[in-house]
Design a protein around this ligand. Structure first.
Ligand SMILES: Nc1ncnc2c1ncn2[C@@H]1O[C@H](COP(=O)(O)OP(=O)(O)OP(=O)(O)O)[C@@H](O)[C@H]1O
Ligand SMILES: [Mg+2]
Length: 288
């Protein structure tokens, strides 16, 4: 074995980032979860070239103060926990304080953010963990984060990215699931300048499923509502007409504000006979 080296901060940042950020859809997942945690009611995601060159997430959440923005990009920096007891009562989607640090290590990041109570917002830029700008700026309440050139400084990771259309589909897929599990938030996905879907955020699971799967699918949904010993299972199932031979339409959400699942039924339980799967979208609420 060669002698043991202590890795430089730069290399260890890149290694740590690789554990959180694999592809554009992992960036979108982290940014959208942050937006939900910030109390946003409207979240817009825009991607270009599958997210490889451009991703934008805009929310109308609580925003960050001028002093907090650079801290948000430090590893193990979070506003979501302070003491170890907090780990037993986590109600937010994030808590590790790692996501933004990881994204900033492997991309060019720009943030515009403003808290409602502040007169001015903040413009912050960071590239490959290096701060490029931190100044006051006029901007709407909430936060916009723009990510450009993912893995621009890690060519080995770039090679693992798939075709733009595959990466865009992965982004779309993850946002669809988040949309259906948060019917109270309005989501919009813009893919290469075209709106792909748009949910109303009216709190109705049906509206979220409608936005994601479209009118024809939603028309044939049947509601499920079942309670047994404190466990509530709710949601939607669909007729065998929409039979699928894969699990793409199976969504299970447990211990979330809303939980959905699409469950294959045995052929014998389907009215149309053999080899038919029935998609079920359901919401499960498990009360303590
Ligand atoms: N859209 C946003 N609106 C308001 N604050 C934000 C937003 N995004 C990030 N933050 C702030 O930045 C902090 C760091 O975010 P980051 O995603 O890196 O960590 P986290 O969400 O706390 O934990 P995790 O790494 O598990 O996601 C958050 O704790 C939050 O205070
Ligand atoms: Mg987070």
């Amino acid at each position: 074995m060669p002698p043991i080296n202590i890795l430089s901060k730069e290399i260890s940042e890149l290694i740590a980032a690789g554990e959180v950020i694999e592809r554009p859809s992992s960036v979108i997942k982290e940014l959208v979860e942050n937006s939900i945690d910030s109390g946003a009611r409207h979240i817009t995601v825009e991607i270009k070239n599958g997210g490889t060159t451009y991703m934008r997430v805009t929310d109308d959440g609580c925003g960050m103060s001028f002093g907090d923005v650079p801290k948000a990009f430090l590893r193990h920096a979070t506003s979501k926990i302070t003491a170890k007891e907090d780990l037993d009562n986590i109600l937010t989607l994030g808590f590790r304080g790692e996501a933004l640090a990881s994204v900033a290590a492997v991309a060019r990041v720009e943030v515009l953010t403003k808290q409602r109570e502040d007169a001015l917002g903040t413009l912050y830029a960071i590239e490959g963990s290096e701060e490029k700008a931190h100044e006051e700026s006029g901007c709407p309440d909430g936060t916009t984060i723009i990510i450009r050139d993912l893995f621009y400084n890690v060519p080995a990771r770039q090679k693992f990215m798939k075709k733009d259309v595959t990466e865009a589909n992965a982004v779309s897929n993850i946002l669809q699931k988040i949309t259906m599990s948060h019917p109270d938030v309005a989501f919009k996905l813009i893919r290469d300048n075209r709106v792909e879907f748009n949910s109303s955020g009216d709190g109705e699971l049906f509206s979220a499923v409608y936005a994601v799967y479209g009118r024809d699918f939603a028309r044939d949904l049947m509601e499920v509502d079942y309670e047994y010993e404190g466990i509530h299972v709710g949601g939607y199932v669909i007729k065998p007409l929409y039979s699928k031979n894969n699990r793409a339409f199976q969504n299970f959400f447990v211990n979330f504000p809303a939980r959905l699942s699409v469950i294959p039924l045995k052929a014998s339980s389907s009215p149309s006979g053999a080899n038919t799967r029935v998609a079920i979208v359901e919401r499960t609420v498990i009360s303590a």
